[in-house]
Ligand binder design. Structure first.
Ligand code: AMP
Length: 621
């Protein structure tokens, strides 16, 4: 495929405010691409060159991109900088100067997607002395042959600011649409659907069959994406082998899976009512780590599938010594423990271990302990579909005694009283609360189901569980705040069904002065002229930004509000809002799509209402 064609798709994707239209466009793009290029095209749509977990960074600083632009266009650096100030986006600058090049290209050929991908990959691999020069040259080579629309996107990719507004769920929907015809041929599934639709009127039938087929396809694709978050690979297999291709995707040591998430309930009684006899584990307040063991090689991944192998040498060593299996994937929560007293350090201290420099010193100062709680794979066997009780038994068997890896503290009970006691015990040790686990549940990758239920002290009083909100824009601030240029953040939560961000709060407190300056700088790099396509908002901030950064916020409670769009619908026009929201910290470990969801907010609101009226549980903290 010519890169011009892909750029035109990008342009249309960027321009449409409609998610349905986006899905159709992506579905068309999928059809047009061939099996050799589809993988790369999908990565480029995501603004990357490989699945995120591979952390292939094609990033180039603005300065170097301007250098490349100046090199091919004949415009001086000063002129380019001036245009940048005017237009606020180097992509637009590239588009403009490419249309009015002052020097003719020495050698110019039509760019193909494969050629562009190859050069971008070379840019990402260049390192050491002279690498900046090499990167500038590689980008300039592409820009030299680029039409204005191509130049716009060629520049935005290395700036990591593609602005298409396409989320992974929309890409998965597009794949699903393309395979409705194939799934229709599956007799078993069609019989099931026919059965479900016995009562449906004839004239609605076809449409409903189509909807259900699409829904099932989406689930089939998402199940695979959850164990291997690589949509390029999904696309390639679908293109090569149709739906049969999905069968080839399985859990594999070295490839991070999307983690299972916990629901909330307000009391031990409700938990037992919901899942019966269950395992109760201490809830440690650190960060989640997946340990992948492939023989002697150990890899560590964060909850967001980032590779953290180099950060925690003591866990790597312990994994070699303490995991009694050749290959394994297990999960746990890591936190810093005071070796003298055996007490757990607070989260802020544990977080200091997430760093790229001075790793050995910090490891000495705050050694981590990994409390492991699940085993997903062992020596060629995928254990995800076994009931939790069996997975835990296997886990207990393969962990040898040692210092850095321990099993989570756990009891099995069907008595609310006993659970309560375990809960109080955990709290008194400085832990966050407990997580109850359904003994019969499979490991549910990438989803929040009632297989895990968390119980925290905070649910008993006002809303004290924090929420993770995505920054959607900012207000410039009045009075004292004017000098920082930032007064409040318009923020929202994620609507998984629609792949949209809906507003929930204007967060205006909880920042330090330096924090505000830093935040503004960070946000200005991703600002947008108009409301991004995936944002649903009734409010208009002074500056819109690409939904990218997640902050943890606390509030007094969740209220109904006509101003916000989270949870708003036609029947009941009010949305939900946070009362007195304040920022706690930037959550660099979450992507925008991993923020709190609209559904969670609605659930939290219901929970809070019940707590207020029924007075469940013990005293509030
Ligand atoms: P939350 O982030 O509040 O939704 O709670 C879920 C998180 O608690 C998980 O993602 C883990 O990082 C953490 N966690 C701490 N202890 C446990 C445990 N025993 N079992 C599962 N998750 C745990």
């Amino acid at each position: 495929m010519q890169f011009r064609k892909l750029s035109e798709y990008f342009e249309r994707l960027e321009a449409t405010p409609s998610r349905l239209e986006m899905t159709d466009l992506l579905s068309g793009l999928f059809k047009e691409a061939n099996a050799n290029e589809i993988e790369k095209i999908i990565y480029l749509c995501q603004g990357q060159l490989a699945p995120a977990y591979m952390q292939i960074d094609v990033g180039m600083g603005e300065k170097f991109v301007m250098e490349a632009l100046s090199k091919v266009s004949g415009y001086t650096r000063e002129e380019i900088e001036k245009l940048f100030k005017e237009l606020g986006d180097l992509g637009l600058v590239a588009e403009k100067v490419s249309g009015k090049k002052r020097q003719s290209a020495l050698f110019s050929a039509e760019l193909t997607v494969l050629k562009v991908y190859e050069n971008l990959m070379k840019i990402s691999k260049a390192s050491g002395t002279g690498s900046q020069e090499a990167k500038i040259k590689l980008l300039a080579e592409l820009l030299n042959s680029a039409k204005p629309v191509e130049a716009k996107y060629l520049v935005r990719i290395p700036l990591q600011n593609l602005r298409l507004g396409v989320g992974d769920p929309t890409i998965m929907d597009a794949f699903a649409i393309n395979f409705i015809g194939e799934l229709r041929k599956n007799k078993k599934i069609m019989q099931e659907i026919e059965k479900e639709l016995k009562e449906t009127k004839e004239e609605k039938r076809n449409e409903e069959i189509e909807r259900r087929l699409k829904f099932r396809l989406r689930e089939m694709i998402e199940d695979k994406y959850n164990v291997r978050p690589d949509l390029g690979n999904v696309a390639k297999l679908l293109k090569q082998k149709g739906l049969d291709g999905l069968r080839e995707i399985d859990i594999e040591p070295g490839i991070p899976i999307r983690p299972s998430l916990a629901e909330r309930l307000p009391s031990s009684e409700e938990i037992i009512r919901k899942i019966g006899k269950c395992a109760c584990e201490a809830k440690y307040d650190g960060f989640r780590i997946a340990v992948h063991k492939k023989g002697n090689e150990i890899l560590l991944f964060s909850r967001r599938q980032e590779n953290m192998t180099s950060m925690f040498p003591e866990i790597i060593e312990a994994a070699r010594r303490q995991i009694n299996a050749k290959d394994a994937i297990l999960e746990g929560e890591a936190l810093a423990v005071n070796e003298q007293t055996g007490e757990y350090f607070p989260f802020q201290i544990t977080m200091q271990r997430k760093r790229k420099y001075d790793i050995a010193e910090k490891a000495e100062e705050y050694p981590l302990k990994l409390f492991v709680f699940d085993l997903l794979y062992r020596d060629g066997k995928n254990l995800m579909n076994l009931p939790f009780s069996e997975r835990r038994r296997e886990l207990d068997k393969i962990i040898k005694k040692g210092d850095a890896i321990e099993l989570t503290k756990s009891i099995i009970t069907d008595s609310p009283k006993e659970m309560e006691k375990f809960f109080e015990d955990s709290i008194s040790k400085g832990l966050e609360g407990i997580i109850a686990k359904d003994l019969n549940a499979k490991y549910i990758a990438g989803a929040r189901k009632f297989a895990w239920i968390k119980l925290k002290r905070s649910y008993r009083g006002a809303l004290e569980d924090s929420v993770d909100v995505v920054i959607l824009g900012y207000y410039k601030g009045k009075g004292l705040r004017t000098e920082f240029g930032l007064g409040a953040l318009l923020s929202g939560v994620y609507d998984e069904k629609e792949d949209k961000f809906r507003t929930l709060a204007k967060v205006g407190s909880g920042f330090t002065e330096e924090g505000m300056v830093e935040m503004k700088k960070m946000l200005d790099k991703i600002k947008r002229g108009n409301k991004p396509a995936r944002v649903d908002s009734l409010l208009e901030p002074d500056v819109w930004v690409e939904p990218k950064y997640v902050i943890e916020a606390r509030a007094d409670e969740i209220t109904k509000s006509p101003m916000h769009t989270a949870g708003r619908n036609e029947k009941d026009t009010d949305g939900y809002a946070l009362r007195f929201p304040r920022m706690i910290k930037l959550r660099t470990d979450r992507k925008a799509e991993e923020a709190t969801t609209v559904k969670e907010i609605i659930d939290m609101y219901k929970l809070q209402k019940r707590v207020k009226t029924e007075d469940v549980g013990t005293d509030a903290a």
